[in-house]
Design a binder for this molecule. Structure first.
Ligand SMILES: Cc1cc2nc3c(=O)[nH]c(=O)nc-3n(C[C@H](O)[C@H](O)[C@H](O)COP(=O)(O)O)c2cc1C
Length: 224
């Protein structure tokens, strides 16, 4: 069992460093609106309504909705650093990126979610959705959704403890995070689809991911 307290301290340090760096104008870090912890839809209703949604109204998402979706995928829910989704050994090998096309108050670009501090870090400017859709074998919903999440795996965080078995743990975790995100979308009156068919290398290049961040899922989300 790792010591989540030391991890949270490290997370806070990383978040503070990111804010300090952004103050120097190197890149932008945005504090997201706090996520709500209650909602009008029961889990049973969200489960029974969830369906892969591949066509979206041409309407931007609100920043509050984006905040809630990111929190559902990987948000911190415990002072010890534990999150909305379970993680083998609490090693948290997933990174959530979001390609923003149309979100009120956020310019189009690629952003990375920092669970510590519930922050969004701008990684690159410009709308990545068209290129992502091409990398996803031309699937139009990747181009047309106002936002496309990317769940990426940093396998080493888990395999250094669990060896080869860690690979399956990380992939299971991506499923947990994706399902949380999909159910949260339903609870917000939104919808999404989990996309696994894409060229890994192309997605990595389009998003400019570090070499040890491996995309597992693309999840376009929008309004039905
Ligand atoms: C691992 C995985 C990969 C998937 N990849 C794609 C995909 O590339 N494109 C797509 O449109 N749907 C994809 N789907 C969604 C499935 O097509 C969908 O879940 C299935 O048709 C059942 O429909 P439902 O999600 O509405 O229940 C994927 C689902 C899973 C679990």
């Amino acid at each position: 069992m790792p010591r989540p307290t030391s991890k949270i301290n490290l997370g806070v340090i990383v978040a503070m460093a990111a804010i300090a760096w952004s103050c120097l104008g190197a890149f932008e870090v945005k504090e997201l609106p706090p996520p709500r912890k209650t909602g009008p839809l029961s889990l049973e209703e969200a489960l029974s309504r969830r369906r892969s949604l591949r066509s979206y109204r041409k309407e931007p998402l609100k920043l509050q909705e984006l905040s809630q979706l990111l929190w559902a995928a990987q948000g911190i829910t415990d002072p010890r650093g534990f999150r909305t989704a379970p993680s083998a050994g609490a090693l948290y090998p997933l990174e959530v990126y979001v390609a923003v096309g149309e979100v009120k108050g956020l310019k189009p670009g690629l952003y990375r979610y920092h669970p510590s501090g519930h922050l969004l870090e701008e990684m690159a400017e410009g709308d990545k959705r068209r290129l992502l859709a091409e990398a996803a074998l031309g699937q139009p919903w990747v181009r047309e959704a106002p936002v496309v999440f990317c769940i990426a795996a940093v396998y080493q965080r888990t395999t250094k403890k669990y060896g080869r078995r860690g690979i399956r743990y990380v992939q299971m975790e991506a499923g947990h995070a994706a399902q949380n995100l999909c159910l949260q979308a339903v609870a917000l009156g939104l919808g999404g689809v989990t996309v696994g068919a894409f060229d890994d290398q192309q997605v990595k290049e389009i998003l400019g991911l570090p070499s040890d961040h491996h995309p597992l899922y693309l999840i376009p989300v929008g309004r039905p």
